[in-house]
Ligand binder design. Sequence first.
Ligand code: F6P
Length: 549
Amino acid sequence: MSSSSMRERRAWKLLHDHATTMVAAHLRDLFATDPTRGTRLRAEGAGWYLDFSKNRVNDETLSLLMALARESGLIERRDEMFRGERVNTSEDRAALHVALRMPVNDTLVVEGRDVVAEVHAVLARMTNFANAVRSGAWRGHTGRPIKNVVNVGIGGSDLGPVMAYEALRAYSGRDLTFRFVSNVDATDLVEALRDLDAAETLFIVASKTFTTHETLTNALSARSWLLAQLGDERAVARHFVAVSTNVRAVEAFGIDPAQMFGFWDWVGGRYSMDSAIGLSTMLAIGPENFNELLAGFHALDQHFLQAPLEENLPVLMGMLAVWNREFLNLPTVGVMPYDQYLKRLPAYLQQLTMESNGKHVSREGVALDYPTGAIYWGEPGTNAQHSFYQLLHQGSTIVPVDLIAFARPLNPLGAHHDFLSANVVAQARALAFGTTEAEVRAEGTPEHVVAHRVMEGNRPTNVLVGEQLTPRALGALVALYEHSVFTQGVIWGIDSFDQWGVELGKELAARIYPAIADEAVPLLDFDSSTNALIARFRERRDQGATRDD
Ligand code: F6P
């Protein structure tokens, strides 16, 4: 296994030379010279079909990418991760999210503990609790059943839960209302609670560390809101539960550890939606559907472990992402789900991809001389087509796009779904092939419009097609991106499981806060711009009318 810098590897050098010819290749020609391309460059696994034929690659590219994967030690690193070794080197811990979805009869002993048994013990507690809330057996302080569930968390303790709730809304108990509060901006909490009755509301305070400022601030305000309505400290016990790894902090907050659902330091925040952080998901869709979600994750894990690299969905997607980023110099990736239920998937994937692979040093802490994680962004199609696709088709920045769709709708209605599917297929074709000047002229286009209508094409896409949006399909899809991110991180030689880059902003906010909030605190001695901004907020915070005046 190689720990050398990516650009020193033999396969990288071969790819580098090969790329000098491929940058000039056009997808039109690649398809014209190989009529079987569309049926060859595709792969299937865990219920997902991937058409990667519209990437700017040929057979040699793919074989060199697989050589780079092997030379970079992808197989060994994957196996280390699945064994529970401390692959998160800078934090000296495992990244064992794959254990969260291992079946109950499996065993995985890591450092003397069977983690699968521990996972299932928590799942059993979550199941009992979810059943009690969903059946109405769990009563609020005044004896009324729970009607509203508010998840308070941020980052991985919010994005997974809210994405999964939206994605699986069709499977959710419609008699329960779900809200997700993350932003320390009070508007988030105030608007989430304004029409709720505290007597029927359950708060899930979700925080791996239970030290996150935004979450604790929101949780404290939620507690005050509850007590203002119910007027009795004892109400907290029936209306607050916690999901965390930090039992002491949960207790200090005032939540009984008996009402805490735990997980482990080897679950990264952005890899936690299938841990107890998914409690809101289980409350929404019920334990059986939650088990299906886990089964989907597990199926894709098995595919990642067992499929040959050449047919392995996350390996293919990960290596194509490396190709686009490193060799075609394309800095962003668009993710466009053609399913309204997946509207929060791009936001979820932003944390997964960018917090994982937005790194500037190797696992050994050596500065990298090549770019790493791409910028991920996106919106659901078809809305995005009427917004920013103009730039995708004719802009000067080429954006590789993942188009995600399902063969069957959850809400069959007239011709909607066939039209939606037609749009996915059309966009992939338009991005790849564009329209030539000759084609535009042949349509009788007035001469002064010809240049405007020409579309260069050659824009890479991956088209992912699932059967139907089920909990199982969602689990497999998320695991596919998790392992694609891992694959990219291995090639780049980075630690995909730490997030040191978010720390400085947190520390500075903690230092600046007192200077803004309290006139008695001397202005801090930062740079002149920071000092002036602090002074501006401090001077103006108490001036002018507020909404309550
Ligand atoms: O600030 C980044 C981060 O640490 C994420 O990695 C994490 O998902 C989020 O904050 C929330 O952390 P916690 O669950 O500990 O509140």
